[in-house]
Design a protein around this ligand. Structure first.
Ligand code: TRP
Length: 348
């Protein structure tokens, strides 16, 4: 079966280890299998503006940062079409037509949009239409490229669900035109977002609780040292909680058997370590030292690749530019088919 994969990320800040565990590493793993017909890596700058319309510099500056992060973790422009959402005008055109197929009530029910609204103070006085309708533009992102496989974290499932509804409605009214996508959830990491270093459920730049892919070795060490753990685990002998403990949540995602062999040979794997902590008798300092070693090993090669690409930002922008030309061609073809289906092909 033909597989076309689309991945997307908003450039609202440098990428952190939560992105890595969420979908990014899985995307690169898929890319490297080569078992698909085409893969796209979209930087969703236009979507990023839907809740940052008042801060254009933020989105602008983070486009290059996110492109660097993507290249650093192994996005390979010879295999994956990396492109910029705002430079594909066809996406807004599709969005406008799809808006007819979605009710206001349906948008209001989207659980991810609901959560985001409740978390954003600046929406207290009103919700911009652009933000409210971003799930529709996401359907345009997906269908424009005939993508049928979308690797996402859990929080993005409602978007794919809504895209499927739009596709079915479009095809049933205007005739078979659009491809139905399905979400795949990465199995390597946690599908849900990693908590922040402070224990907050969300890792976010504004909370200052992120470990970034570009962090220096010293920054990683300092952040791990001050991480929140189980507040009731006071003495080493005390039984500890591993489930709401970010140190253990990070370890459960990033600690591989080779890390145990190299840095903590007393334990064969995560389960053994976690069981000991829960039983009591394992101190936080020791566990944090291990987490630091694991993160240093995981992030060092990423940081080194990033530094290599950082030396030539012009070349990185050139990669995006070339990818965007390719993406536009495909999206233009979809718009043509969509308009024909909708009987809007007057000048063909
Ligand atoms: N909403 C996604 C995020 O917040 C980014 C995104 C935009 C996306 N368009 C997409 C993801 C299409 C997958 C497919 O990270």
């Amino acid at each position: 079966m033909s597989e076309i994969i689309l991945t997307g990320v908003r450039p609202t800040g440098p990428l952190h280890i939560g992105h890595l565990s969420g979908a990014l590493q899985a995307n690169v793993d898929i890319q490297n299998t080569g078992k698909y017909d085409k893969m796209y890596g979209m930087i969703a700058d236009a979507q990023g503006l839907t809740d940052n319309f008042d801060n254009p510099a933020k989105i602008h500056d983070n486009v290059l940062q996110v492109a660097l992060d993507m290249l650093a973790i192994g996005y390979d422009p010879t295999r994956t079409t990396m492109f910029l959402q705002s430079a594909v005008a066809e996406l807004t055109e599709l969005t406008f037509y799809y808006m007819n197929l979605v009710t206001v009530a349906r948008l209001q029910r989207n659980p991810t949009v609901k959560t985001e609204i409740s978390q954003k103070e600046k929406f207290n006085t009103g919700i911009p239409v652009g933000f409210m309708t971003y799930p529709i533009s996401q359907a345009a992102d997906i269908t424009a490229f005939n993508a049928n496989v979308i690797p996402v974290g859990n929080d993005q499932l409602p978007m794919i669900e809504q895209t499927v509804e739009i596709v079915h409605k479009f095809n049933s009214i205007y005739g078979q035109t659009l491809v139905t996508p399905r979400a795949i959830i990465p199995t390597s990491g946690v599908a849900a977002r990693l908590p922040g270093t402070d224990g907050n459920a969300k890792m976010s730049k504004s909370l200052g609780n992120c470990i970034y892919l570009k962090d220096s070795s010293d920054e990683i060490a300092a952040k791990v040292k001050t991480m929140f753990t189980d507040p009731n685990h006071i003495r080493v002998e005390d039984p500890g909680n591993t489930t709401e403990n970010p140190v253990f949540m990070y370890l459960s995602v990033f600690a591989k058997p080779e890390h145990f062999a190299a840095f903590m040979p007393e334990y064969a794997n995560y389960t053994e370590l976690a069981t000991h902590y829960e039983r009591g008798g394992l101190g936080d300092v020791k566990v944090k030292r291990f987490l630091n070693a694991v993160l240093q090993e995981t992030l060092r090669p990423i940081r080194e690749r990033r530094e290599m690409f950082e030396r030539d930002p012009g070349a990185v922008m050139e990669i995006l530019k070339n990818g965007t030309i390719d993406a536009r061609n495909v999206a233009a073809d979809t718009v043509k088919r969509v308009k024909t289906a909708m009987k809007l092909n007057f000048f063909d």
